[in-house]
Design a protein around this ligand. Structure first.
Ligand SMILES: NC(=O)c1ccc[n+]([C@@H]2O[C@H](COP(=O)([O-])OP(=O)(O)OC[C@H]3O[C@@H](n4cnc5c(N)ncnc54)[C@H](OP(=O)(O)O)[C@@H]3O)[C@@H](O)[C@H]2O)c1
Length: 331
């Protein structure tokens, strides 16, 4: 039995970035189905903000972070896909990746291809697997084919810039929205067919204009409260609103009749964690992500790097909408 200590960023009460503190915790050996991983880089995600503020409630104290990459130090009984010394990366529950070293379930931890560095591995797993299932598994009832228009909000963010590139690789015409002209430019440089600054332009009117009055087959909406109703107005009849986040706040309750009135629309609220409930499923999605990166069609853009000790600044930047692409924390 070996015991070592690790820094772990935790909260002891829900609240603002000031709640993030660095505690020293003790880390033991992995039990059955677990691994011990030493992080070289940790991914920052908007879900970490929802957990910190209490929008997604957890028992306290809560160790934050759902994405990371590093080296496997030890594996528990029954773990066959990893061994000590392997380079690995993951998006996984339970939270706790904002640390030097941790013990965690092995199921969602994947071997990292040699061609992918640790920072990229830490930045891409949660966001890349999300783009994967949104574009490949979250389909409108009438299907999604090359040449179809889709609308993707917050397209210059972490998930967004991956989705722009992947959608282009699939032949989709992705209309991006973003909160500044510079962010719109970034989305276009990453494969969006059109970009709309939704702080200054009416995105419903622009989408109608771009699509010749037709609307899009799917809207991918992670902004939530501020965009929800207008997103419905961008859809073709029988179109799909794929809601997958609440950066502006949760969508308030609404009457389902609105879906009928706006064209027999479909609504789904998706989360990655329903898609990665088995080792096989996780690995096949990760293999698809590794392949699109190896092909050069998707590049992982890391625009912000913070020391783990500067985690408060990292959260402040993400919430202030001042980040683009992915952000990593470095232990
Ligand atoms: N359900 C899932 O499976 C899943 C998985 C991963 C991520 N997500 C969601 O996908 C979204 C993107 O995640 P990410 O980690 O890549 O973050 P991100 O896109 O890098 O950052 C969030 C972006 O949301 C936009 N935004 C719009 N209104 C906002 C507001 N009031 N406050 C703050 N930001 C606002 C900002 O871009 P603009 O300035 O361009 O508007 C901001 O940069 C998040 O909502 C996240 O929760 C969901």
């Amino acid at each position: 039995m070996s015991e070592q200590s690790s820094r772990a960023v935790r909260i002891h009460a829900a609240g603002g970035p000031e709640q993030l503190v660095i505690d020293t915790v003790s880390v033991g050996d992995p039990g059955p189905g677990q691994v011990r991983i030493r992080h070289h880089a940790v991914g920052l995600n908007y879900i970490d903000v929802y957990q910190r503020t209490g929008l997604y409630p957890f028992p306290m104290p809560l160790a934050l972070g759902m994405e990371g990459a590093g080296v496997i130090e030890a594996v528990g009984e029954g773990v066959t896909h990893l061994k000590a010394g392997d380079r690995a990366a993951y998006a996984a529950n339970p939270p706790g990746s904002y640390c030097d070293v941790r013990v965690m379930p092995a199921m969602n931890v994947c071997k990292l291809p040699d061609s992918i560095d640790f920072e990229t591995g830490a930045a891409m797993m949660l966001k890349g697997l999300t783009a994967q299932y949104l574009l490949k598994r979250c389909k409108p009832v009438e299907g999604l084919e090359a040449g179809d228009f889709v609308l993707f909000h917050a397209a210059a963010g972490g998930v967004g810039l991956i989705a722009c590139q992947w959608a282009k690789a699939l032949g989709l015409k992705l209309i991006a929205t973003a909160g500044s002209d510079d962010k719109c430019k970034l989305a276009l440089e990453h494969g969006a067919s059109h970009a709309i600054n939704y702080r200054t332009e009416d995105f419903v009117a622009r989408v109608k204009d771009i699509t010749g009055g037709q609307g899009v087959k799917v809207v991918y909406d992670s902004v939530g409260k501020d965009t929800f109703e207008k997103s419905l107005d961008c859809l073709k009849p029988f179109g799909l609103l794929a809601s997958f986040g609440n950066a502006s706040g949760p969508v308030p309750p609404f009457a389902p009749g609105i879906l009928g009135a706006k064209g027999s629309l479909y609504l789904t609220r998706q989360t990655l964690f329903t898609h990665i409930t088995s080792r096989e499923r996780t690995q096949s999605m990760a293999d698809d992500l590794f392949a699109v990166i190896a092909s050069g069609q998707v590049k992982i853009r890391i625009d912000q790097r913070f020391a783990l000790a500067d985690v408060r600044k990292a959260h402040e930047s993400l919430e202030a909408r001042s980040t683009t692409g992915c952000t990593v924390l470095l232990p």
